[in-house]
Design a protein around this ligand. Structure first.
Ligand SMILES: [Zn+2]
Ligand SMILES: [Zn+2]
Length: 150
């Protein structure tokens, strides 16, 4: 039962990072709403790691065959039960089923993405509803932010 598990369970290392919207709420004071203001806000974004180019692998290193599973991505374990010895195929935990191991990038710890905080200034137009919340949307990972929903 369940012996076929792990087939095709390749870990994907290329997670999509683009097109992710983030929302921030900015609470305006009455004055800021009436006269407009220039606010500085801090946003945190996940960006593709520049050190490893998002691959998660240490630059200059190549993925090598996983020594735990010999590149198979699966390991066979035997379990002794009262009914006999059963062999169980499991996804290799060392490589996550990919059959390869790589030295993780120091910057992003192998994740391929880094959290970056940056301050940006935002022009709040005059005449916004006081006390209204401003929803800020940042787009993608190309370093572009777009602000919507006044
Ligand atoms: Zn990296
Ligand atoms: Zn392995």
């Amino acid at each position: 039962m369940g012996g076929m598990g792990g087939m095709g369970g390749r870990a994907s290392r290329n997670r999509a990072v683009d097109g992710q919207d983030e929302y921030y709420n900015l609470v305006l004071t009455f004055k800021e709403a009436v006269f407009g203001a220039e606010k500085e806000i801090e946003i945190t974004r996940l960006e593709s790691c520049g050190t490893c180019d998002g691959s998660g692998a240490k630059p200059g290193t190549k993925p090598s065959k996983c020594s735990t599973c010999g590149g198979q991505g699966q390991v066979v374990t035997s379990a002794r039960t009262p009914l006999g010895v059963f062999q169980q195929v499991m996804t290799c935990s060392s490589c996550g089923g990919s059959g390869e191991t790589f030295s993780p990038c120091n910057t992003c710890s192998g994740d391929g993405r880094v959290r970056r905080t940056k301050r940006i200034s935002l022009k709040v137009p005059a005449g916004v509803d006081s006390g209204s919340r401003l929803r800020v949307r940042s787009e993608g990972n190309a370093g572009k932010e777009r602000w919507v929903s006044w």
